[in-house]
Design a binder for this molecule. Structure first.
Ligand SMILES: [Zn+2]
Length: 279
């Protein structure tokens, strides 16, 4: 029942200096074999642990800083997804743009098992599994319970307006709303270019159909006016994770220090500090 032990202790719950569960993690999953980068990360780990440790050190202190940012990120999120997308694929492009939320470790938070829903039905099936809660003092803004609670905490400290103020489109969206927004700014040709990796700028403006973080109940569009609001959001697990999408905030449920451990890259673009996946 090694798998049960591993499953109840996903890598994200481990300190990065604890080697053994990660090694088990690597050996117990088919995902690793199917993904070159992940398998390289696991090779690095097994190489490191095969080096003998002093007898006096019962817990080997493995220096995982040897792993690249990308390897750390993929190791952190791999238990959330059925398959880790291969570089160059549409799914990988979407994981790079919107995959930040997969580091959320809160057992109450539900994540999809893939990066893009194929249609409205798939989206509805996932959304039916969510426990949504209304954000206080909004008309129609619903988020997953933990995300709503964190946002409520922030807004009890300091007022922050939703971007449009209408609620439903600022918060959890339907597949249809995601599609409508996409068609407002883009079309099938754009989608083809995104799939081919020839167009990325659009991803900071609108998400391709079925891929928005807003479908997961873990994103909100806000209108900030000062840095104290940003600080309060960051302190409560909310971060800007989609480059150039200024009003868009993602609930990661993690303190900022953890993001570095998970391999996130901090990039400041036009004065906005984004936490981007290292893919
Ligand atoms: Zn948004």
């Amino acid at each position: 029942m090694v798998f049960a032990i591993v499953a109840s202790h996903p890598i994200a719950h481990q300190q990065l200096t604890t080697a053994v569960p990660q090694v088990k993690d690597c050996s117990m999953t088919n995902l690793v074999a199917n993904n070159q980068e992940l398998s390289q990360a696991c090779d690095n780990i097994s190489q490191a642990v095969s080096t003998p440790f002093p007898v006096s050190s019962p817990t080997p202190n493995l220096n995982l800083t040897n792993l690249t940012h990308k390897e750390r990120f993929l190791l952190t999120i791999k238990h959330q997804l059925l398959t880790i997308p291969q570089p160059g694929t549409f799914d990988y492009i979407l994981l790079r743009a919107y995959g930040a939320a997969f580091v959320d470790e809160d057992p109450e938070v539900k994540l999809p098992q893939k990066v893009v829903f194929g249609n409205e039905l798939e989206t509805k099936e996932f959304q039916a599994t969510l426990t949504l809660e209304k954000v206080k003092n909004t008309n129609d803004c619903y988020l997953q319970q933990s995300a709503a609670a964190a946002l409520n905490r922030v807004r009890s400290q300091i007022p922050i307006s939703l971007k449009s103020g209408y609620g439903a489109s600022d918060c959890t969206r339907t597949f249809e709303t995601n599609l409508r927004f996409w068609r407002k700014y883009a079309n099938d040709k754009t989608l083809e270019k995104v799939r081919e990796g020839k167009e990325t700028a659009i991803l900071g403006l609108v998400a391709p159909p079925g891929s928005s973080q807003h479908l997961w109940g873990l994103a909100v569009d806000l209108q900030l006016t000062n840095l104290a609001q940003k600080k309060a959001l960051n302190e409560n697990g909310w971060f800007q994770t989609v480059e150039n999408d200024v009003p868009h905030w993602t609930y990661l449920g993690q303190p900022q220090e953890k993001l570095v451990e998970f391999g996130f890259q901090n990039r400041v673009v036009r004065g906005i500090s984004y936490w981007l996946t290292p893919l």
